[in-house]
Design a protein around this ligand. Structure first.
Ligand code: ATP
Ligand code: MG
Length: 422
């Protein structure tokens, strides 16, 4: 059953109140009666009625003042007020509407008229309320929908990121498999080439020695010349074969290393170890090579989540730096090779900088150094070092690898690694 409709009747004359009350109770409304303006404001605030019938002429506060006060209280602002008055002139009616009343009934009133107006305003109020409720409901729905849309956007973005990562992983994995396959296939024939070339060099050297002892000078001179040419050819075949072998080993190593696992690592230590590995491996071939290391490690980095391959990338970068320093040292005996390694914790990334004061890289080469097989080390490099480092830092860690350099002056590589791995 719907709650009973509650009407507050305000009049300083008890007779009037009784009459009103009788009329309304007959229609099954619940009526509260108060005899002063002050009481009316208080009663409406404590228990807001659905409608107020308000006399104008009262001692103390008159009906207009009561109505204005009601319109100022949030609890009573929306309650419709119908004025009741014996003052039947236009100016008073206008004043009643200005004060916030919704209607005006003149005394002595007709029962039917009062009831009809009460019914109409109750209905309007009810419609208003349900409209407000619907509005509120709509607003809630719109907000919810906006929230859902925002959540969907985030999920969609996450899906896209994951998809991009899967594609990169797949690419790396299939590239790795392809490399491993090619390298494996080439390894056997290359072994033959290398072994036969090496054998031929030895054979020809022996033959040259024998010739010297068994034939006399004039006869042997021409033969000797041809044999020497043949031996040098075999030597060249051997050298180039060895270079091809290095490329293949490097490809196989690269293929094996992808994809690798994530692990927690003390980054500064990893950088230090990578330096030692790269430097000592260079020094084992170039005993007179020395470098001054200027390391500046940020102790706040501590342990961070990384892929195991990062060390490969660091070794490749440091190896390049050592090589550039060595080359410059060869040109200028007074040159002081310096390697500067800096690590830094940024708000959401780790920065590693590797700087050498070696040969530098010219602008043309700078645009190609990350390409696979680009090398300026004719017989010594494979040109895969930086392309692998790039794959590891950018493809795997979703980081950034950049270079700045000035020819004959310096080269600096900067790695940026996200603290939250993909
Ligand atoms: N620190 C550096 N100083 C000067 N040149 C550099 C430096 N690092 C890279 N380069 C240039 O970039 C080229 C490509 O480097 P990358 O490491 O990819 O191959 P590589 O060093 O030639 O061969 P590999 O790494 O197989 O020995 C190098 O040949 C060199 O010309
Ligand atoms: Mg290299």
């Amino acid at each position: 059953m719907a709650a009973q409709i509650n009407i507050l009747a305000v009049d300083d004359k008890p007779d009037n109140l009784r009459l009103l009350s009788k009329m309304l109770t007959g229609e099954a409304y619940k009526v509260r009666k108060v005899t002063s303006g002050r009481l009316a404001i208080e009663a409406a605030r404590l228990n807001p009625p659905d409608l107020i019938l308000l006399d104008i002429m009262m001692p103390d506060l008159d009906g207009y003042q009561v109505c204005e006060a009601l319109k100022q209280q949030p609890e009573t602002r929306d309650i419709p007020v119908i004025f009741l008055s014996a003052l039947d002139d236009q100016a008073n009616k206008v004043k009643a509407f200005v004060a916030g009343g919704v209607d005006y009934v003149t005394k002595p009133f007709q029962q039917e008229e009062v009831l009809a107006r009460v019914r109409t305003h109750l209905q309007i109020r009810q419609l208003n309320q349900s409209l407000q409720a619907q509005n509120l409901q709509l607003q809630t729905e719109v907000t919810q929908r906006q929230q859902t849309e925002a959540e969907l956007q985030i999920t969609l973005q996450e899906l896209r990121d994951t998809q991009a990562q899967i594609i990169v992983k797949e690419k790396l994995a299939s590239l790795g498999a392809l490399m491993a396959g090619i390298a494996h296939e080439l390894r056997n024939p290359l072994n033959f080439v290398n072994n036969y070339a090496e054998g031929s060099v030895e054979l020809l050297n022996e033959l040259l020695e024998d010739l010297n002892s068994t034939l006399n000078e004039p006869d042997s001179a021409e033969l000797q010349e041809r044999l020497i040419e043949l031996r040098d050819n075999a030597l060249a075949i051997h050298q180039h074969g060895q270079r091809a072998e290095r490329i293949i080993n490097s490809m196989m190593q690269h293929a094996r290393s992808l994809p690798s696992e994530q692990q927690r690592v003390a980054l500064n230590q990893l950088v230090e170890e990578s330096f030692k590995l790269a430097y000592h491996s260079r020094r084992s071939n170039l005993p007179d090579f020395r470098v001054t290391l200027n390391a500046n490690y940020d102790p706040s980095i501590g342990q961070i989540e990384l892929f195991a391959d990062l060390s490969r990338a660091l070794i490749n970068l440091i190896d390049n730096a050592c090589y550039a320093l060595y080359k410059k040292q060869q040109q200028d005996a007074a040159f002081q090779p310096m390697l500067q390694i800096t690590t830094r914790r940024l708000p959401s990334q780790i920065e590693i900088r590797i700087r050498d004061n070696g040969t530098g890289i010219d602008a043309d080469a700078q645009s190609r150094i990350f390409d696979p097989f680009f090398t300026t080390k004719a017989n010594e490099g494979t040109g895969l070092g930086l392309s692998i480092a790039h794959d590891i830092v950018v493809g795997q860690h979703r980081g950034n690898l950049s270079v700045i350099s000035e020819l004959d002056n310096y080269t600096e590589f900067t790695l940026l690694l996200p603290l939250n791995l993909p």
